[in-house]
Design a protein around this ligand. Structure first.
Ligand code: SF4
Length: 357
């Protein structure tokens, strides 16, 4: 739901100023259409249905993994793919990974979103709508898993709520800055506070500096994936524009001002970036007072045609040990939704319309 269009339409209809807020609050409470908003006059519900699309994203495909991870492939009103993922954790967190662009202009070598090219920026409301879909999905326990294989662990509980958001799906969020900030500011209405919202970047340094100036206690995540510029340029061409030193300096400024550690994401690619020497290089780069490192098992596309394969578990453990011995603690992300190709861009690829990890 485009809130600007909603507000303008309600004003044009001569409705009182509180109406827009009323409609929005009902949407954030899980209403799936204007018709369900029975506190609105019937005639107004019909007018809104005709004039303001309740959602501009159409779900095309839904996949659910045994661990409760759900991936949705949407299509925008003008026909572009958008992917979003819901992750359910044992500790009760319900985290959505949402896209900020359709496709991505940065073309990282390992990423299906990058390889499908750039379609367009998403609007703020297309970004929020992805979370709203999941809010409705988990908000109604009845029927929310119809036709899916679900373990007891992932059965929805009545009252299940979204708790976290990562702007980490398709696209580089800081290249769509205004829409991303508008969306982030709206997420608390869905129950997702700023402290539980992470904005991920491939290293768009001016965007990091801009984010530093915002009075928003969001978390910054940096997709690093290589400890030196030469390798990183091959994996992530954006490095030619913003070298590692420049990006880490911007992250340090973010930490100095916002006092929130920067989460560094490091995809573990077998034989590419998982050597012990590369772990030692990371130690030299990352001050543990400023950065937290997260090692990510690579989510392969599964068709055997990819240029990369994921590091083995022993290789990840050995890499982590080198880091730990040097005082740089790293977590290893628990792989979720592997069998549903949960990395962004993968589903669009298999659907023929086109992953980030
Ligand atoms: S990894 Fe992120 S920045 Fe790189 S191409 Fe994929 S979506 Fe874009």
């Amino acid at each position: 739901m485009d809130r600007e269009l909603l507000e303008q339409t309600l004003a044009d209809l001569g409705q009182p100023p509180y109406r827009a807020r009323q409609v929005w609050e009902r949407a954030c409470a899980g209403a799936a259409s204007y018709e369900e908003m029975t506190s609105l006059p019937k005639e107004l519900r019909t007018q809104l249905t005709d004039r303001v699309p309740f959602s501009t994203l159409s779900p095309l495909q839904r996949r659910e993994a045994r661990d409760g991870t759900v991936k949705l492939l949407f299509q925008t009103a003008d026909g572009h793919p958008v992917e979003s993922v819901l992750m359910r954790y044992r500790d009760g967190r319900r985290s959505v990974c949402i896209s900020t662009q359709s496709g991505c202009p940065l073309q990282c070598a390992f990423c299906a979103s990058g390889q499908m090219g750039f379609k367009r920026n998403l609007s703020a409301w297309e970004i929020v709508e992805q979370a709203l879909f999941f809010l409705r999905e988990i908000g109604s326990a009845e029927g929310s898993h119809s036709g899916s294989e679900v373990t007891a662990e992932s059965e929805p509980e009545p009252g299940e709520r979204l708790s976290n958001a990562a702007l980490m799906g398709m696209g580089e969020p800081l290249m769509n800055y205004e829409a991303v900030l508008t969306a982030v500011r709206a997420l608390p209405d869905l129950g997702i506070g700023h402290r539980h919202t992470a904005i991920s970047t491939a290293g768009w340094a001016p965007g990091i500096d801009r984010l530093t100036t915002e009075d928003l206690p969001v978390r910054l995540a940096l997709s690093l994936h290589a400890p030196d510029d030469e390798l990183r340029r091959r994996l992530m061409p954006v490095t030619a524009r913003f070298p590692i030193a420049e990006v880490l300096a911007a992250c340090k400024r973010f930490y100095d001002v916002r006092r929130r550690k920067v989460l560094v994401e490091y995809l573990m690619l077998a034989g590419v970036n998982d050597h012990r020497e590369q772990a030692r290089a990371l130690v030299r780069l990352l001050n543990p007072k400023i950065f937290k490192l997260n090692l990510i098992p690579y989510n392969e596309t599964g068709d055997g045609r990819g240029a990369f394969s994921g590091s083995s578990r022993p290789a990840i453990d050995a890499f982590r040990e080198v880091l730990a011995k040097a005082g740089l603690e790293a977590t290893v992300r628990v792989a979720r939704g592997r069998e549903i190709e949960a990395a962004c861009g993968q589903l669009a690829g298999t659907a023929g319309t086109a992953g980030r990890t």
